[in-house]
Design a protein around this ligand. Structure first.
Ligand code: PXP
Length: 260
């Protein structure tokens, strides 16, 4: 299974102070040496975390391939074409959302999606469509000429969190499921079957299959079991964990510096 590490959250931390630290580009070497296969970034229309200069620096200096998430907005697609990442993943985008909510509705936005795909292909950028695990969406993704589909795992991740973690806040993008345990258990299995069926369908059409959103150290194993999925894109949980795995040395280093 290939791992794409989404480093947007490093830029989120930087933007909390509007300074230059931490620079997401500084993560590239560490992530490569740690065995990841790809870097994922999202150039949002509101530029709330990754900026154009970040994308430029990351694409030009990364030894790992870059998967650039973006909306189907024409201006953004033009910028992505000039940045030339290895892959563009087309995602839905709404200003008010905290993160990507649900897959891209390529049925409602068929013409605009197709125009984006054609432009990206003309610039030799492969295309992935971030869609819900829905057979019709996948069939259309293939018909539109995308190389990849990325299946939205947020629904599965949310049910898993309701069942197995004592988090009081689940994946914000999906309504909280206030249901009895056995019903949640059934829903969890159903969500996995939906992902499995969608992944198998995509693979049978010749699409490459990725998945992501809300995956973490507790819920990833069942998704890894889905053979047709060949890549996972994971951000929040990896960056969140790195705060704690790195905290000891960060505190020690400062303590050493100020100790006389
Ligand atoms: N894949 C896509 C298409 C996304 O939009 C995101 C979030 O930016 C991710 C994967 C990673 O999600 P998470 O941060 O929840 O791991």
């Amino acid at each position: 299974m290939k791992l794409g590490v989404n480093i947007d959250h490093i830029a989120v931390l930087r933007e909390a102070r509007k300074i230059n630290d931490p620079d997401p580009a500084d993560a590239l070497g560490i992530i490569k040496r740690s065995g990841a296969d790809q870097i994922t970034i999202h150039l949002r229309e509101d530029r709330r975390h990754i900026h154009d200069e970040d994308a430029e620096k990351i694409i030009s200096s990364s030894a790992l391939p870059i998967n650039l998430e973006c909306s189907i907005d024409e201006k953004i697609i033009d910028i992505v074409c000039s940045l030339k990442p290895m892959r563009a993943t087309l995602v839905p985008e709404h200003r008010e959302e905290v993160t990507t909510e649900g897959g891209l509705d390529i049925i409602s936005y068929e013409d605009r999606t197709l125009a984006a795909i054609e432009k990206l292909h003309a610039h030799e950028i492969e295309v992935s469509l971030f869609v819900d695990p829905d057979l019709e969406m996948i069939t259309l993704s293939d018909a539109m000429g995308a190389e990849w589909v990325e299946l939205h795992t947020g629904s599965y991740a949310n049910i898993h969190a309701m069942l197995y973690s004592n988090l009081s806040r689940t994946h914000h993008a999906i309504a909280s499921l206030d249901l009895p345990r056995h019903t949640l258990q059934t829903k969890l299995e159903e969500s996995l079957t939906t992902l499995l069926t969608a992944a198998d369908h995509a693979k049978s059409l010749g699409l490459k299959v990725a998945a992501g959103h809300g995956l973490n150290y507790h819920n990833v194993e069942r998704v890894v079991d889905i053979g047709a999925i060949e890549e996972l894109n994971i951000g929040q949980s990896i960056i969140a964990r790195s705060v704690f795995t790195g905290l000891k040395s960060a505190v020690k280093e400062m303590k050493t510096l100020i100790s006389r």
